[in-house]
Design a protein around this ligand. Structure first.
Ligand SMILES: C[S@@+](CC[C@H](N)C(=O)[O-])C[C@H]1O[C@@H](n2cnc3c(N)ncnc32)[C@H](O)[C@@H]1O
Length: 307
């Protein structure tokens, strides 16, 4: 592994995540194990740790490099299945779940993963080789309206239509197979002062579509809450507004009793709060952390406890 991933908001995450030092904890986004290793140091010898990651390469890395004294497991799977993973391993309830969303620096800096527009590589973008659709499939075969929708919905990109039109024009000449080819097309359509922002937004949109990131997150949040013990914690670190909005709205909904429309005089929904929000405002990295690790700059940490 050439690139070291520096864990983001490490101390702050541990403060909100750990409530029961001998409990069962899940790191649903193991990565290269920065948070997992730190979590292990905060827990008692008889605690149990489970690390999940969709990317088999980081699972292999953690198996060969981490030295965790407690009983632990590394599981190569999508965190969409967090509940099934727990049940399959004999845990009906757990005491803490962490999701540090997005990508590890290792994956981002590997041009063969096609996740970055800064280096040329195949247009792949899958978090896991088990995902059937690559970014190249979408770019070369999706209907123009679907491309526009992806760039608008998942990238909030203003020039979605003209970028999609250019992609369709270019792919009629020859398939668009590399990040370099795609980046060149996007650059021609971006305003000169916003080239990098436009590239980031379109690449982010494609990555979200390939990995169904937002649907997976919504399901994983719901399932995570259902397997938390009372007082158990769920901590989520997001890196862009679409993810953060989902987490914020989910936490708000599940920490509210009645969710009937305001005009209803009497509650009809019988909804009961199952969560207490521990971070009324998201926790952000301080200046020092951002200077040391630029990838922390967009991070937001939110946490809840199960009632
Ligand atoms: C930001 S990194 C985590 C870094 C980790 N906290 C550390 O300190 O090393 C995010 C990780 O989540 C994984 N990931 C993203 N979405 C996933 C999903 N739906 N299921 C499982 N793993 C996922 C990625 O493969 C990546 O390794």
């Amino acid at each position: 592994m050439s690139t070291i991933h520096v864990p983001v908001l490490l101390k702050e995450t541990m403060q909100v995540l750990v409530s029961k030092p001998d409990g069962v904890y899940i790191d649903a986004t193991l990565g290269t194990g920065g948070h997992f290793r730190e979590l292990s140091t905060r827990l008692d010898q008889n605690a149990i740790l489970i690390g999940i990651d969709a990317d088999p390469t980081v699972i292999d890395h953690c198996k060969s490099t981490l030295n965790i004294p407690q009983k632990h497991q590394y599981i190569n799977s999508n965190f969409e299945s967090v509940k099934a993973i727990c049940f399959r391993n004999g845990y009906l309830k757990v005491d803490g779940i962490l999701m540090d969303l997005g990508l590890s620096s290792f994956a981002l800096d590997n041009p063969f993963r096609g996740l970055s527009f800064s280096a040329d590589g195949p247009l792949d973008m899958r978090f896991s080789p088990t995902i059937s659709q690559t970014a190249a499939n979408i770019i070369n075969y999706a209907d123009i309206n679907d491309l526009v929708l992806i760039f608008q919905k998942f990238g909030e990109e203003r020039f979605s239509k003209s970028i999609a039109r250019s992609i369709v024009k270019e792919r009629q000449k020859s398939p668009i197979e590399s990040t370099g080819q795609l980046a060149a097309i996007i650059k021609q359509k971006a305003q000169p002062q916003y080239v990098n922002k436009t590239l980031s937004r379109v690449f982010q949109a494609l990555r979200i579509a390939v990995n169904r990131e937002l649907d997976v997150l919504q399901k994983a949040l719901e399932d995570s809450v259902s397997i938390l013990n009372p007082e158990g914690r769920l901590a989520v670190i997001t890196y862009h507004s679409l993810e953060d909005r989902i987490v914020k709205q989910f936490f708000k909904l599940e920490s509210t009793d009645c969710i009937c429309p305001r005009e209803f005089p009497i509650c009809q929904c019988n909804h009961k709060a199952s969560l207490k929000i521990l971070t009324p405002k998201p926790i952000l990295p301080n200046k020092e952390e951002i200077i040391l690790n630029s990838r922390a700059r967009s991070a937001k940490l939110r946490a809840v406890k199960r009632l």
